[in-house]
Design a protein around this ligand. Structure first.
Ligand code: FES
Ligand code: FES
Length: 152
């Protein structure tokens, strides 16, 4: 039995402790906003927050995060999350959408650490989030918009 706290709710799951967190979130808890892309920590589609830090859930065994506060795209809250979500909507960032929950999680993580990121800061921070639709230009613009909104 593994106990996971996801978006403020504790789930007691009868699963192997080596199960990747991604599959516990999607298959056992039923939150499907977090996506599977590569399964080897190379694409960022599966990004969640573990105790506030962005982490790749596809390579994180549930045993490593029992007792931690896990946040998925469905549980986002706070001013950075609101600013990023508003900017994503206004810039119409997603194309197919598959990578976008991971992109949003990484963008929020960046803005929590860096209130006024440069293009280079954004490129470095978002480097691990792959978008096959190449929405990178809109992602960068939306992060700048969100940073400006947070200044006000
Ligand atoms: S699915 Fe986890 S990084 Fe690609
Ligand atoms: S919007 Fe299609 S993969 Fe990023």
């Amino acid at each position: 039995m593994v106990s996971l706290k996801v978006n403020g709710t504790t789930h007691n799951l009868d699963i192997d402790e080596e199960t990747p967190l991604l599959w516990a979130i999607r298959d056992n808890i039923g939150l499907t906003g977090t996506k599977f892309g590569c399964g080897i920590a190379q694409c960022g589609a599966c990004t969640v927050f573990v105790d506030g830090q962005a982490q790749r859930s596809c390579v994180t065994p549930v045993s490593a995060v029992a007792g931690s506060e896990i946040t998925t795209i469905e549980g986002l809250a706070g001013k950075e999350a609101e600013a990023v979500q508003a900017a994503w909507t206004s810039r119409d960032v997603p194309q197919c959408g598959y990578c976008q929950s991971g992109q949003v999680m990484s963008a929020i993580a960046l803005l929590k650490e860096n209130k006024k990121p440069t293009d280079r800061d954004i490129d470095l921070a978002m480097n691990g989030n792959i978008c096959r639709c190449a929405t990178y230009v809109r992602i960068r613009a939306a992060i700048h918009d969100a940073a400006r909104a947070l200044e006000i």
